[in-house]
Design a protein around this ligand. Structure first.
Ligand SMILES: [Zn+2]
Length: 491
């Protein structure tokens, strides 16, 4: 089979515009043609799974265009127009094809376009015509819509948070496209929307999201059902369709897809209170970590998670760690290019006085005046291992500053901490520390769950706080739980 492979993935935090501005074209990693195969073959991305499965089946996979940016503010209209045009042009050049396989996100918002994925899907459909099946993988944080269901033949959200199954969903996309083209499978997609703003909910352990996945898996096992997936939705986006949903896909049977979606949605609605999260403050989290009896303890700060569009230079948790006088503690990492430049200017082995962090706004804290020993300077380049494996990150010039007994990694660019690689780059073996502070909501579990004796979440004011009810959703189509207790689901 000849399969065009493409992607355009962005998780848009519409509230982030006030802090870090609109998302421009330069923020995207954009690749065309063979560069996509070179970059993503064998990686843990959905497009990696798509390419690998095509290779295993000896399909003629044609890499067309792929663009991805870290979560950030609304995409400006010129940037989206350019990216969309690149993608369509590359698809046009790849035609004729038997199928199209895409990696998308599901929470893309463009200035003037609330539903990036539906808009893009419509344009691709017009290009390839009604008979070429289009499959798209999604991040479970996508705010899925009926318009997306209309635009694609297959919408496959990942099931796990941390998203360690993106690759598997890419593989499934190719498998199902083969069944459509070769066996006459006729997928119909139904999106059942729930009036729920789900807080960031891990699927580690016996969590409510894990139990929801089990319910979906049971429904998916019914005859005629192709897929059933809980989409958590992305609460940090203010568009009419923000919220959780179920994507149900059945073989040629719209009624079955709708019934399965409704049944899974009823379960989530009935169990919504289980998803509520109560977190420590940074101060109480640090106290719990310091008083623990086995180590290391990981303290994560979800409220300034660049993986959700926050600036990554917030200081609430780091300030609490420094104020507590912790011993054998490390923090990785905070983004502050000015401080890195000061450290480079001062040199390894010297002490620098800097105002660390919080250069974007006051919401994520105030700069911390510190005097630190410059222990090392790096190029900020390393490869992720635990999730999005194979992605080479380039966080720009970076350094390790030691303040009292706290080793702090400072980078030039933000990213969330997913695994210990950024610490290793700076000579820090986290297993020898008592307290590890980091910025991430849930993805860090992929790289730290096996080495942490305890995980404590420190929530504070921030653009990605677990307290999803603090964000006004003025554009929401209907009342949303938990902001509005009067919200109702009638399925
Ligand atoms: Zn996600």
């Amino acid at each position: 089979m000849r399969i065009a492979v493409a992607g355009l993935s962005h998780e848009t935090n519409t509230y982030a515009v006030a802090s870090t501005g609109m998302t421009t074209e330069e923020r995207f990693l954009a690749l065309t043609g063979e560069a996509i195969r070179e970059r993503f073959t064998g990686t843990g991305w959905a497009v990696g799974g798509i390419l690998d499965e095509c290779a295993r089946r000896e399909d003629d996979a044609v890499p067309a265009f792929f663009a991805w940016a870290e979560p950030s503010g609304t995409i400006d209209s010129a940037a989206y127009a350019a990216l969309k045009e690149h993608l369509l042009q590359a698809l046009r050049a790849a035609m004729p094809v038997d199928a199209v396989a895409l990696e998308l996100h599901g929470a893309g918002v463009v200035e003037g376009i609330d539903d990036l994925e539906a808009d893009l899907g419509g344009a691709i459909r017009r290009l390839v015509g009604p008979d070429v099946p289009i499959a798209a993988t999604l991040d479970l944080h996508g705010n899925a819509t009926p318009a997306m269901a209309d635009a694609y033949d297959l919408l496959l959200g990942c099931h796990l948070y941390p998203h360690t199954d993106l690759y598997d969903r890419g593989v499934e996309a190719v498998e199902l496209l083969h069944r459509v083209v070769e066996e006459g499978l006729r997928p119909v997609v139904h999106v059942e929307q729930l009036p729920i703003l789900l807080p960031p909910s891990t699927t580690d352990g016996d969590s409510p999201a894990t139990r929801a996945n089990q319910v979906c898996a049971q429904l998916e096992a019914r005859p005629g059902v192709i897929d059933c997936t809980l989409m958590h939705g992305f609460p940090f986006t203010d568009v009419p369709d923000t919220g959780s949903s179920i994507i149900a896909i059945a073989d040629g049977d719209r009624g079955l897809a709708s019934a399965v979606g409704t049944e899974a949605a009823r379960w989530v609605w009935a169990h919504r209170e289980d998803f509520r999260i109560e977190n420590d403050t940074p101060e109480s989290a640090v106290r719990r970590a310091a008083n623990a009896t086995s180590f290391p303890v990981v303290v994560n700060e979800p409220s300034d998670n660049p993986g959700g569009g926050s600036p990554g230079d917030g200081t609430h948790l780091l300030r609490a760690m420094l104020a507590a006088g912790l011993s054998r503690a490390c923090f990785g990492f905070i983004s502050d290019p000015e401080v890195v430049q000061a450290a480079i200017g001062s040199g390894v082995g010297t002490r620098v006085k800097v105002n660390l962090g919080a250069k974007h706004d006051d919401l994520h804290g105030l700069p911390i005046p510190v005097e630190g020993l410059v222990r090392c300077i790096t190029d900020g380049r390393f490869v992720l291992r635990a999730m999005l494996s194979g992605l080479e990150l380039d966080l720009g010039p970076s350094c390790r500053l030691t303040v009292d007994d706290v080793d702090i990694v400072v980078t030039s660019k933000p990213f969330q901490t997913i695994d210990p690689e950024v610490f290793l780059l700076h000579g820090i073996d986290v297993s020898r520390y008592k307290v590890i502070g980091l910025k991430s909501s849930q993805h860090f579990r992929a790289g730290f769950r096996d080495l942490a004796s305890l995980i404590v979440t420190a929530d504070s004011p921030g653009l990605t706080t677990n307290r999803v009810d603090v964000f006004e959703h003025v554009r929401a189509r209907r009342p949303l739980w938990p902001i509005s207790p009067e919200a109702r689901y009638v399925g």
